[in-house]
Design a protein around this ligand. Structure first.
Ligand code: INI
Length: 167
């Protein structure tokens, strides 16, 4: 059997974790369901209710800014962004969805705090509903599971600025 130098694998044990959720109010029929799914996952994985913080922003476009504030506060091991961007007749969708995704990625790379993309980008409201707790699962639940896994993986991984080991 191959013996690697190190293998890292985040656990799904959320006990002791502090998690923030940034939610978009736009399409809240969907995002309320994503939040329910996320809270369900966090509780099942052992995250204490007292360690969960929720903020509502106007829409998905604002989520990166909220995530940035959470991530830089030092108060959370992971941030989950929940939103629903549904395609309309104009290019607005592309701007909102694209900037939301790019902003969330930027925040996690800039801060080193996992920021999970639990934002639906769909053509129709039916597709969004399917992914918010009906026939295609719940993206909020999945995002919360990813947050717990990433928080533990980051806890294990070598710290930034560590010494390069001689080979
Ligand atoms: N925000 C969403 O979260 N989903 C959408 O589908 C959406 N559409 O289609 O317009 C949306 N727009 C609002 C946007 O996120 C900002 O809140 C707004 O532009 C103010 O900055």
């Amino acid at each position: 059997m191959t013996s690697f130098r190190s293998t890292y694998d985040g656990s799904l044990d959320g006990s002791g974790l502090r998690v923030a959720l940034a939610c978009g109010r736009f399409n809240d029929l969907i995002t309320e369901r994503l939040l329910s799914g996320a809270l369900d996952a966090l509780r099942r994985l052992g995250v204490d209710d007292q360690s969960i913080t929720v903020a509502w922003a106007p829409g998905a476009f604002e989520l990166p800014l909220v995530a940035q504030r959470f991530a830089t506060s030092g108060d959370f091991e992971a941030v989950v962004c929940l939103g629903a961007v549904i395609r309309g007749a104009t290019a607005h969708f592309d701007h909102v969805a694209g900037q939301c995704a790019a902003g969330i990625q930027r925040v996690q790379l800039d801060t080193g705090v996992p920021v999970v993309f639990g934002v639906l980008t769909t053509d129709t409201i039916e597709q969004a509903l399917e992914r918010a707790g009906t026939k295609a699962g719940n993206k909020g639940f999945e995002a919360a599971v990813a947050a717990v896994e990433m928080a533990d993986l980051l806890r294990q991984l070598p710290k930034t600025g560590g010494q390069e080991v001689e080979r």
